[in-house]
Design a protein around this ligand. Structure first.
Ligand code: GAP
Length: 474
């Protein structure tokens, strides 16, 4: 059997247009089928809004973290990294304002027991648009009095809204009393603020400089959902950039641009990205100026990353609550509390955006058009048939390539099926060894996105792929 005969069963037309993802459920199924993301504790029926990354998902997620970390630390000469603990002194969360302010308004349905965020309900959103600010709890209660429950439709069944603190509380040590409660951190940022002085002194830093961190955060969200978009346990990639007051607006603009550019360089299509500046009523309790980089998910335009001007709020509050000065003295001996520009992107949410953005399909095939740096496998090697004389040289090539790239070796099924499988997991190149290749030491290399095939010397496969990745157009 020749390559061209084998290829007939791929039955896919490269000219046939591919469409974008239109619903999240399609992606959820692909992720489960192909080993990207599984429901957590699935054999027990799962647990609401918790997800596990599978073998391909973790490759993608680690590549995302690597890209962010390098862009923030290796390619920035004024940003240092830390990895702070999740459990922190409980006073941290009083100082940060989370104990007092990290609340969402919650309503329960007395009939079906569903819980809703009051500020997400239509009557409240309409009132908010009319008032130009978030209504008070009393105002919300009034418009929701006769409203229907979005779950069961029963009118007049919603309780009055009450504030619900989203921090997970637990106890440190064996005795569960109020004196030893701790919180699972709801943002990684505070681990950076409390280490401001440690990093500045140990690394001999002068303003402006930044501190970056990747780590888990926990929020007891009232309405998690839409796959990994909103979960109760998630990872954040945050950077706090410490600046002199008065230069904060200029640094805010610079980071806003830099972060938008990072998303584009990482393969997200620019027409799917936009910046949404926050109005006064949207600002978090610590922010003077803020905005979101938004991505157009199948559920609509949603926040992907927050950029905040946090002023001197955090370092000021930690100075006050800890009694330890977090002031900075410049070369003229001016003493002040630095301002902070924060960039904060959800790692899981960005991974979701990468997957949504990569997805293309028609009746014949599904192709995850990942940027090569995010493709779980960079290349797959196939012997045309499961015959020793083909399997052995293919194995040798596989062993050679995997020293450089995450490589798959696949002998199961027809070549067409193997192409389909690797398109669906986003492998940029597939390399097939056939009988002609045994004679002239050549292989067929196939491009995922164009389906084009080229004949190249076996010895050049590695350099061919390296060059293609270097010249990859985003
Ligand atoms: N330190 C600032 C901060 O935490 P945020 O806007 O609340 O700001 C930053 O969160 C980013 O974290 C969001 O843009 C989003 O990508 C991600 N994020 C927040 N809550 C999340 C959740 N429940 N599930 C997944 N990602 C979340």
């Amino acid at each position: 059997m020749t390559m061209s005969e084998q290829n007939k069963d791929s039955a896919a037309d490269p000219q046939k247009p591919l469409k974008d993802l239109t619903d999240m459920q399609t992606l959820v199924s692909l992720c489960k089928r192909r080993g990207f993301v599984f429901p957590s504790s699935e054999i027990y029926g799962g647990i609401n809004s918790c997800w596990d990354y599978g073998p391909l998902g973790i490759e993608l997620k680690m590549a995302v973290k690597d890209s962010w970390w390098k862009s923030m630390t290796q390619f920035q000469d004024d940003v240092e990294g830390v990895d702070a603990s999740i459990l922190m002194h409980p006073r941290v969360w009083e100082a940060s304002g989370h104990v007092e302010n990290f609340n969402d308004p919650l309503v329960d349905c007395k009939k079906c027991k569903a819980r809703h965020r009051a500020d997400h309900l239509k009557p409240v959103r309409e009132l908010e648009a009319k008032l130009g600010h978030l209504p008070t709890l009393e105002e919300m209660a009034k418009v929701l009095e006769n409203a229907g429950c979005p779950n069961c439709g029963t009118a007049g069944s919603l309780t009055a809204p009450r504030l619900f603190n989203m921090m997970f509380k637990t106890h440190m040590g064996p005795v569960a009393d109020e004196g030893n409660h701790v919180y699972l951190r709801p943002e990684t940022a505070q681990g950076i603020f409390v280490n401001f002085r440690n990093v500045q002194e140990s690394m001999r830093r002068k303003l402006p400089f930044g501190i970056a961190q990747i780590g888990k955060a926990f929020r007891n969200e009232i309405t998690p959902g839409n796959f990994t978009f909103r979960t109760r346990e998630f990872e954040q990639m945050e950077m706090q950039y410490f600046v002199s007051p008065g230069t904060d607006t200029e640094h805010f603009e610079r980071w806003r641009e830099a972060r938008l550019q990072w998303h584009i360089e990482n393969g997200i299509r620019p027409n799917k990205l936009r910046f949404h500046p926050h109005g006064q009523n949207e600002l978090a309790h610590y922010a003077k100026q803020a905005g979101d980089i938004q991505y157009e998910f199948p559920i609509g335009w949603q926040e992907l990353e927050g950029i905040h001007n946090r002023t001197d709020f955090d370092l000021g509050r930690h100075t006050e609550f800890s009694g330890k000065s977090l002031h900075y003295s410049d070369e003229n001996n001016n003493k002040f509390i630095p301002y902070v520009i924060e960039t904060s992107v959800g790692c899981d949410r960005f991974v979701l955006a990468v997957m949504c953005d990569a997805y293309r399909a028609n009746e014949d095939r599904v192709v995850m058009q990942f940027h090569p740096k995010f493709a779980p496998y960079k290349v797959a090697v196939f012997p045309l048939m499961k015959k020793d004389e083909l399997v052995e040289p293919a194995k040798r090539l596989y062993d050679e390539l995997r020293k450089t790239f995450k490589t798959d070796f696949d002998v199961a099924g027809s070549i067409g099926k193997r192409y389909r499988r690797h398109e669906e997991i986003g492998t940029p190149f597939c390399v097939t060894i056939d009988y002609d290749g045994l004679i002239d030491q050549s292989v067929t290399i196939r491009h995922r996105d164009t389906m084009a095939q080229e004949r190249i010397p076996m010895a050049k496969v590695k350099s061919y792929i390296e060059t293609a990745f270097q010249n990859w157009k985003v």
